[in-house]
Design a protein around this ligand. Structure first.
Ligand SMILES: [Zn+2]
Length: 263
């Protein structure tokens, strides 16, 4: 069984087959638990609904750095209130994304809400899911400070930085989320990172509907394609696909400790 640690089944690209996928198709295709991750506030509300509807679906609640436009204190209170729901297992995705945001003010706003949501995760005692793009240094500094203060863990999702930085996160007991990108021809940096870190620090994720692995690159992604990611990691780490699936499943249960096994 595979543990899907990061999906967006609330996305409209799943409007036609969401029910089939979540009620039985994923399970029939070797997918155990699914974490549906909120990015916008609406996405958080929808993630919670999905988690309450399907036994093997859990929710993460948090606001993505590119979705901060209309984010309010009330939204944050709503997240805090619902974090105690038994099906809410993490705060995320939260973090920094400097790719489109070049101005100091915009970046400062991201850092502010990132820290507020980290504080919240500590208060409600949940792990975090980190989104970070073009912000390697600020993200690492923030997490080192957070981890030192509170000793709280998380996942660096859709990992895109160097192996050296990956090792810094692993030293703190954090996990690295690996998805379809590892199968891409141009993913040299991620391949190096996966080779350098222990399998005990990796979790499998799609970020679906995005980031479909080869041989489905460019199509709509779903957790069913995680087998290609597991196969690629097995090849890189010279181990069996079964071991990759089994160990990463245990890793995910370790970090998302509110989840039942469902494998
Ligand atoms: Zn995501």
């Amino acid at each position: 069984m595979i543990f899907e640690t990061h999906a967006h089944y609330d996305d409209e690209k799943f409007d036609e087959d969401r029910v089939e996928l979540l009620s039985h198709l994923l399970r029939e295709n070797n997918i155990g638990n699914v974490i549906n991750v909120g990015a916008s506030f609406r996405g958080c509300q929808d993630s919670l609904k999905l988690a309450e509807t399907y036994d093997n679906v859990y929710a993460a609640l948090g606001i993505h750095p590119e979705e901060l436009e209309d984010f309010t204190e009330e939204n944050l209170s709503w997240i805090k209130k619902n974090a105690t729901n038994p099906k809410v297992v993490a705060i995320g995705e939260i973090g920094l994304d400097y790719y489109w945001i070049k101005d100091d003010e915009g970046r400062a706003k991201q850092r502010l809400w990132f820290k507020r949501q980290l504080e919240l995760a500590n208060e409600v005692d949940l792990p975090v899911i980190i989104h970070s793009r073009d912000a390697a240094e600020d993200t690492l500094n923030t997490i080192v400070e957070y981890n030192t203060h509170y000793n709280k863990k998380g996942i660096i999702h859709c990992y895109s930085y160097s192996k050296e930085i990956a090792l810094e996160y692993i030293k703190m007991g954090w996990y690295i989320g690996v998805g379809g990108v590892v199968t891409f021809k141009n993913s040299k940096k991620l391949v190096e990172a996966v080779k350098a870190i222990p399998i005990e620090s990796i979790v499998l994720e799609t970020d679906c509907p995005y980031m479909a692995p080869v041989p489905h690159r460019g199509e709509r992604n779903s957790s069913i394609y995680l087998k290609y990611v597991a196969e690629k990691i097995a090849e890189l780490k010279e181990m069996s696909v079964d071991d990759v699936e089994r160990i990463t499943y245990e890793n995910a249960l370790n970090i998302y400790s509110k989840c039942k096994r469902n494998d």
